[in-house]
Each structure stands twice: as structure tokens, then as C-alpha cells.
Write a protein that binds this ligand. Structure first.
Ligand code: PLP
Length: 546
């Protein structure tokens, strides 16, 4: 009797063990199979190879001799970064501890002026020789924003009962933006910028998928040209990312590859109008069809497109010219679009620290909220990442939108897009060494070199020597300019400088500029990305050198 029961229980034990074993094997093979289907055999093998190569090189770099060499090189690079960012010398005043007595307002302004002089480059951005960065609405606009700031300097929307006007203005900013993107009955919130809007949307879709579809190992699918904020959000929120290659000519995402990457763990797809690297647009209608079919989310990133792309149609620019620059539907009118991010602080000309995340309906927005009903400090409920928020920024954004009005944005869209198209057309017509990436419908133009005769990163470095701050891109190597209102007046200078830079890059390449050094290094070997990563960390450290 006794031993009979023991035999039985050990048999049960064996069965459970076998079952568990097959369960684990099955789960892993499903995972592997989904991974293979999403990436393809070739890419998976290449990823594996890169990973092993990097691992071996990192091991080799731990050998004392190699470590010393790397350290010397890194120290040199670190010093270069520091020298370029931090003012040196005994005459530089440093404020490293609080002054015992507070200073007067006059002293403070005078000290800021002095620091501007010491650091050099005060207001160089005004010459317009830069890509994006400053989305300036003009001097009048600046006064309007500063006045709004001053009026609501200390306000905090975390306490809507104390600051009812701020609450109203935020709701109105969201409502105005929703209408612009053709979803007046939708819902949204403001955030501190495009990155927060995107991270919130990823969190919203993750929590929605968990609640509605029971997904506990979420995956997200984005074009390789999508913004790094999605990777950042996915890294924070533990979500697997499938980055899908884009066509080298059209710059549109490979839809067949997107389809292959979808599996029961997929929570959302991503598309951009327009994307950051080359300013092109993904096929939102095709992505929307997939989203509907698989009942998953589709986030359209209009952080950059912001207050330009919704005006292209009205400006008569959406049809393009000679088959180029056409813009296809991208807003909530496309079935399947569940969320759109729009940066008021880009082409909305609002002060920095302001963006809107929109959802198809209020029900979806619920998943963005954080609520803690039994916190010791009271019932805590907040709509987005921050707790306390600057009400002054909301007032500044509201003021900017009221000041510009629909016609103001329409005019700025016309000017900026005309400027960008002029740059693209001129490059295609009269700089035979370069080509334009895709057919960018709005404000960003990216160019690469047609052959090895000229290195486009070298061109970028020659442009830097002429005072331009442009962006370097990888895969393929390219340089872009995001046109703003400042570029409109600097466009002739840009074209002239670009022609000179191409000529010089061809005849006298130095190979020493930042773009060539950093981006060349990143692409040069398996160890490149790791080294660039270390350099980037050194750069971030340097930002906090007082
Ligand atoms: C700028 C940008 C973002 C991120 O916005 P931040 O305001 O810098 O956080 C996201 N997507 C695109 C396409 C952008 O250009």
C-alpha cells in the first residue's frame, strides 16, 4: 500500500517533469521561430556573428596591453570633447557653491552676459546655420511667450483647483491639436517633449495589450528609420523591438518584413510622418491595414511633422511636383491609427519642453494614467511621466498657438517646405556627386554621396568648418538638414557653401573632422559601436563638468 502510493507519486512527478521540459522547449522554440521569421536567417546569422565578434574583441581588450592602449586613446578623445565644451583658464569664474548672500537681479543678468562672452558663440544660432535645434517663431513670438511665462511663472497643473486657467489651456491645446489631426472626438495629454510622448504611447499600448489581449511578453515593430525614442521607451519598459529595414531608394519600410515580424506578442506598429533621419514618410495606410487586421496599435510619429504636415494639403504642397514630394494620408482619418505624437515645441514654435500625445479615443488614454489610490501621501493620480509640471510652459504653448493661428502656420509651412524642396532640387540638378534619400515631402532633406569619389561625412565636416551644424546619419552614411524659419533666409548661403564643401571634400579630404572620425569609427569594425558608445558616455559625463 505504502510503496504503491510512492510509485504512483514518483510516476506523477516524472510526468510533470516531462511536461515541464517540453513546455520550456516549446516556448523557446516558438520564441526562436518568431525571431527567425521577423529577422530572417541572414540577419539573425549576422546579428549572431556581430555579437560573438564583439564579445571576443571585448575579451581581448581586457588584456593589460590592449587595455592600456584603449585607455590612452579614450583619454585623448575625452580630453578633446572636454576642450570643445568646457571653457578653461584661470579667468573663468566658476559658481560651484551657493553664494552666501543672494545677488541682485542686475548682477544675475550681467553675470549671464559675461558667461555668454566667456563661453563664446552667444546667439550664433541666429545666423540660421543649423539643422533643426531652434524652432524659432520670430522676435515678436518670443515676446508673446515670455509674457505668458511671466504671468504663470509658478503655476503647477498638478493642482488644477489652484490653477484652473492652466488646466483649461492644456485641455484646449490638446483639443486644437486633435482637430488639426482630424480627430476632434479623440483624447490626449501634453508631455514634456517628443520622447515623453513616445514613451507614454508605448506604455499605453503595452498596458492595453496586457489588459485586453493578455500579452505579457510585449513586442514592438518599427521601421529602421523610426526615432530612437521608441528604442529608449522599449528599453525602459522591457519591450522587444523589431527594427525593420527600409528600402534604400524609396526609404519606405519593407511591408513584407513588417508582416513577417507580427506575432501574438505584438502590441504595436510604428510609422512616421515625417521621420527624423531622411524626412520621408512611411506608408501609413498599409501599416493601418495590418494594425486593423491583427487588432494591434499603430503609432504615427508626427513629432517632427508637427505643425507642418497637417498644413501641406491646404498649402497646395501635398500633391508634390513631377512625381516627387507627394504626401500620403497619415492622420486619424486612416483606419488603424491609434496614436499620434505631435511636438508643439518643433514647428508649433512653442517653448521647449512641450509636446502632445493623442489617442483615437479616451478609453485608450486611460492606459497612460498612473493611479495609486492608497499612497500614504493621499490618492495619487497623474496623466504622464512627470508629477509636478511647469504650468508656464503650457501657457507659453497656448500663447504661441494663439499668436500663430491657422494662417500663420500655413504660411510658415509654405516657406519652410519651399525652402527644403529648393535645397533638394538644387542638389539633384547641380551637385552630381550627391543624391537625395527618398522623396522627402516636408522640411527635412538628407543627402548621401553617389560613389566613393566623395565621402559625404567629409562634406559634413567641411560644412562645419563653414559654421554649419548639420546632422550625420548612419546606414547609409548621409547628412541632413531640418529646415526651420531660420533656414529660409540662409538657403542661398547653404547651397553655395554645400557646393564649395563638396569640391573641397573631393580635392582635399582631411579625414579628421568629427563626422568622419565618429561615424567612420562606428561603421568601421565590430568593436566600433562599443567604442562610440564609450565616447558617447564620456560626452554625457562632460556635460556635467562645472
Ligand atoms: C524630435 C523627434 C522626436 C523626439 O522629440 P524630442 O522632443 O527631442 O524628445 C521623435 N520623433 C521624431 C521624428 C523627431 O524628429
Amino acid at each position: 500500500m505504502e510503496s504503491g502510493r510512492r510509485i504512483l507519486s514518483s510516476k506523477t512527478y516524472e510526468t510533470v517533469k516531462t511536461f515541464l521540459f517540453f513546455y520550456v522547449v516549446l516556448r523557446h522554440s516558438i520564441k526562436v521561430q518568431r525571431h527567425l521569421r521577423a529577422r530572417g536567417l541572414f540577419t539573425t546569422a549576422r546579428e549572431l556573428y556581430t555579437w560573438i565578434a564583439q564579445y571576443i574583441i571585448m575579451l581581448a581588450l581586457r588584456l593589460p596591453a590592449a587595455r592600456r592602449k584603449v585607455k590612452t586613446e579614450m583619454d585623448k578623445a575625452r580630453l578633446d570633447i572636454e576642450n570643445s565644451l568646457v571653457a578653461k583658464g584661470a579667468d573663468v569664474t566658476r559658481h560651484l557653491s551657493l553664494p552666501a548672500e543672494g545677488h541682485t537681479p542686475e548682477w544675475i543678468l550681467a553675470e549671464m552676459e559675461k558667461m555668454d562672452q566667456e563661453m563664446g558663440k552667444p546667439n550664433t544660432w541666429k545666423a540660421g546655420k543649423l539643422s533643426g535645434a531652434v524652432y524659432h517663431g520670430g522676435d515678436d513670438m518670443e515676446r508673446v511667450i515670455v509674457a505668458a511665462y511671466a504671468k504663470y511663472c509658478v503655476s503647477n497643473p498638478l493642482h488644477p483647483d489652484v490653477f484652473p486657467t492652466i488646466r483649461k489651456m492644456e485641455a484646449e491645446i490638446v483639443a486644437m491639436t486633435l482637430r488639426l489631426y482630424n480627430n476632434p472626438d479623440g483624447a490626449g495629454t501634453m508631455t514634456s517633449g517628443g520622447t515623453e510622448s513616445i514613451i507614454m504611447s508605448v506604455k499605453t499600448h503595452r498596458d492595453w495589450a496586457r489588459a485586453v489581449k493578455g500579452i505579457t511578453e510585449p513586442e514592438l515593430i518599427m521601421p529602421a528609420s523610426g526615432h530612437a525614442a521608441f528604442d529608449k521607451g522599449a528599453a525602459y519598459l522591457k519591450i522587444k523591438v523589431h527594427s525593420i529595414p527600409v528600402d534604400p531608394i524609396t526609404r519606405k519600410v519593407d511591408m513584407r518584413a513588417v508582416k513577417r515580424a507580427i506575432n501574438p506578442n505584438t502590441i504595436m506598429l510604428v510609422g512616421s510622418t515625417i521621420n527624423f533621419p531622411d524626412g520621408c514618410q512611411d506608408d501609413i495606410e498599409a501599416l493601418g491595414k495590418l494594425a486593423v487586421q491583427h487588432r494591434i496599435g499603430l503609432h504615427v510619429d508626427c513629432c517632427l511633422g508637427s505643425f507642418i504636415v497637417p498644413f501641406l494639403e491646404k498649402a497646395g504642397l501635398s500633391e508634390g511636383v513631377n512625381g516627387k514630394y507627394k504626401v500620403h494620408p497619415f492622420d486619424f482619418r486612416v483606419p488603424g491609427v491609434t496614436a499620434i505624437s505631435c511636438d508643439t515645441h518643433k514647428y508649433g514654435f512653442a517653448p521647449k519642453g512641450s509636446s502632445v500625445i493623442m489617442y483615437r479615443d479616451a478609453q485608450l488614454r486611460r492606459y497612460q494614467y498612473y493611479v495609486n489610490p492608497d499612497w500614504v501621501g493621499g490618492v495619487y493620480a497623474s496623466p504622464s511621466l512627470s508629477g509636478s509640471r511647469p504650468g508656464a510652459l503650457i501657457a507659453g504653448t497656448w500663447a504661441a498657438m494663439q499668436y500663430m493661428g491657422s494662417n500663420g502656420y500655413l504660411e510658415s509651412c509654405r516657406q519652410i517646405v519651399t525652402c527644403a524642396r529648393r535645397i533638394a532640387d538644387t542638389i539633384e540638378a547641380s551637385i552630381p556627386e550627391l543624391y537625395i534619400l527618398g522623396s522627402p515631402p516636408a522640411s527635412v532633406v538628407a543627402f548621401g554621396s553617389k560613389n566613393a569619389e566623395v565621402n559625404v561625412l567629409e562634406v559634413g565636416d567641411k560644412m562645419s568648418q563653414r559654421g554649419w551644424h548639420l546632422n550625420a546619419l548612419s546606414n547609409p552614411s548621409a547628412v541632413h538638414i531640418a529646415c526651420t524659419r531660420l533656414t529660409v533666409d540662409a538657403v542661398d548661403m547653404f547651397i553655395a557653401d554645400l557646393k564649395d564643401s563638396v569640391r573641397e571634400a573631393k580635392t582635399q579630404p582631411s579625414g579628421k573632422g568629427t563626422m568622419v572620425a565618429v561615424y567612420g569609427l562606428g561603421n568601421s569594425s565590430a568593436v566600433g559601436p562599443a567604442m562610440v558608445g564609450q565616447l558617447a558616455e564620456a560626452f554625457l559625463d562632460t556635460l556635467y563638468k562645472a
